[in-house]
Design a binder for this molecule. Structure first.
Ligand code: IFM
Length: 484
């Protein structure tokens, strides 16, 4: 016999066949402030670069904004109940800097801190551990007006904001992530211009990348000073595959590896700047933004590294425009992504290749001997979900994606990679940046007209998977009959 809980899930013993993980492995779900909170002008919150960017015509699909998003700011209790019923150990969310310091500096905004106070208390009461990201791309607009991440001052302000938040919430939040995917913040935001602030620059983008790293180092220092906690950073390393074995394609992969991976992993985990940066950027990488002592600051020891993984990228050489630092030409590394015909793609157009996940983790492990333990801080898929005639969302493609990627992760763990946890992206359908609300990543559907939440089949599959993990490890040891 089976019963159901508030989400409609069965509570019978779950079926076998789920990927297996070691005891103590943590399961979680992830979100980010601008993507779910809404309430953009409530509680003293100041404008962020995403509020500005969304208001520029043609930047975001359908003219969407995060003004309302999932209205999590007002509905956080309902969302925490969904997490509790899901059975996760951890919830990864991000703190909106413009709620804490509306203009990016100066005294804390009491109402902003109070919101996260309430959220954290609600999580703890539900038995869910909070894991907070300090920067998931919503920079206070006032700081962008003073140069944004192009200037070192932003890194210094980031450390002050970190200290304020850690002082108030550090007694209850024990896992902190300084930055989420600085690759996107620096290059998608300041070089490609497809994210806020929408800049298309060369040296400016490289300076942004460096100042994000400096900000990370300063935030680590502030968190260590605040007390006992685990500190890490979330990166999105890419598994880069050459389109052919030609020398040109292999060189393009080397440049793409510098841009996607080495820029972040080398300074943080190997105490050096990337080996191939001159080949990748030429005169754009003029180093004007670097100072003595930066590498030591950026490379301070961490307790974990968060890895976000979605798909591999197949790279081919592409025509390369010569950079012109005087004209502040946008970064162009002469590499392009090729389409793969042999695999399924999600609605993001991303190829589904679970084995590339195992390969990526093995490769990182081999390449960076000083890597701390890993958490997979995001993994998931955007699918063309619909509500069926029975009122449910039967998202079989997402279930298959999660099942196969968790199996690929379990394979890496069996091979010796020290991974401590996995957080699905995302708890809720939400604002997918320049794609607006068209791409649905949630294991819970959000009806954007009514803001109602509806757990999908993938929510129930993940719930069963977590339950199976617990049962497997809580099972009493087999009786020893040798004394009988
Ligand atoms: O939605 C994003 C998230 O904000 C950062 N990582 C990738 C996700 C899917 O694109």
């Amino acid at each position: 016999m089976s019963t159901s809980d508030s989400t409609g899930a069965t509570t019978a013993a779950p079926a076998a066949g789920f990927p297996e993980f070691p005891p103590g492995f943590a399961f979680g779900a992830a979100t980010a402030s601008y993507q779910i909170e809404g309430a953009h002008d409530v509680g003293g919150r100041g404008p962020s670069i995403w509020d500005t960017y969304c208001r520029q015509p043609g930047k975001v699909a359908g003219g969407a904004t995060g003004d309302v998003a999932c209205d999590h700011y007002h509905r956080y209790r309902e969302d925490v109940a969904l997490l509790r019923d899901l059975g996760v150990d951890d919830y990864r969310f991000s703190i909106a800097w413009p709620r804490i310091q509306p203009t990016g500096s100066g005294p804390a905004n009491a109402e902003g801190l109070a919101f996260y106070d309430r959220l954290v208390d609600e999580l703890l009461a539900a038995g869910v551990r909070p894991a907070a990201t300090l920067y998931h791309w919503d920079l206070p607009q006032a700081l962008e007006d003073r140069g944004g991440w192009r200037v070192r001052e932003t890194a210094e302000r980031f450390a002050e904001y970190t200290a304020i938040v850690a002082d108030r919430l550090g007694d209850r939040i024990k896992r902190w992530i300084t930055l989420n995917e600085p690759f996107c913040a620096a290059f998608v935001g300041y070089a490609i211009g497809r994210h806020a602030p929408g800049a298309k620059e060369g040296t400016g983008a490289l300076a942004a990348a460096h100042h994000l790293l400096v900000g990370h180092g300063l935030a680590v220092r502030a968190l260590r000073a605040a007390g006992d906690c685990e500190v890490g950073v979330t990166l999105n390393p890419d598994r880069l595959l050459p389109a052919t074995d030609s020398a040109a394609d292999l060189a393009a992969v080397r440049r793409a590896d510098t841009l996607h991976n080495a820029v972040w992993f080398d300074p943080i985990f190997a105490g050096r700047y990337p080996e191939h940066e001159a080949e990748t950027w030429g005169p754009l990488a003029d180093g004007s933004y670097r100072r003595d002592g930066d590498l030591a600051l950026i490379g301070a020891p961490l307790d974990f590294v968060g890895v976000n993984y979605y798909r591999p990228i197949t790279i081919a050489a592409a025509p390369h425009r010569e950079p012109d630092p005087a004209a502040r030409t946008a970064v162009d590394i002469g590499a392009a992504e090729s389409w793969r015909d042999d695999v399924r793609h999600t609605t993001m157009g991303w190829p589904v290749v679970p084995e590339a996940f195992t390969e990526l983790l093995l490769d990182l492990d081999a390449r960076y001997p000083n890597l701390p333990p890993l958490y997979i801080t995001e993994n998931g898929s955007a699918e063309a979900d619909t509500v069926a005639a029975d009122g449910q969302v039967h998202d079989a493609d997402r279930v298959a994606y999660l099942r196969d990627h968790l199996a690929a992760l379990a394979e890496a763990v069996r091979a010796g990679v020290d991974v401590r946890g996995y957080y699905v992206w995302s708890l809720l359908d939400n604002f997918e940046w320049a794609f607006g609300y068209d791409k649905r990543f949630g294991i819970v559907r959000v009806d954007y007209d009514t803001l109602e939440r509806l757990p999908k089949d993938s929510y129930r599959w993940y719930q069963d998977m977590i339950r199976a993990h617990r049962l497997r490890h809580e099972r009493p040891a087999a009786t020893d009959h040798r004394q009988d």
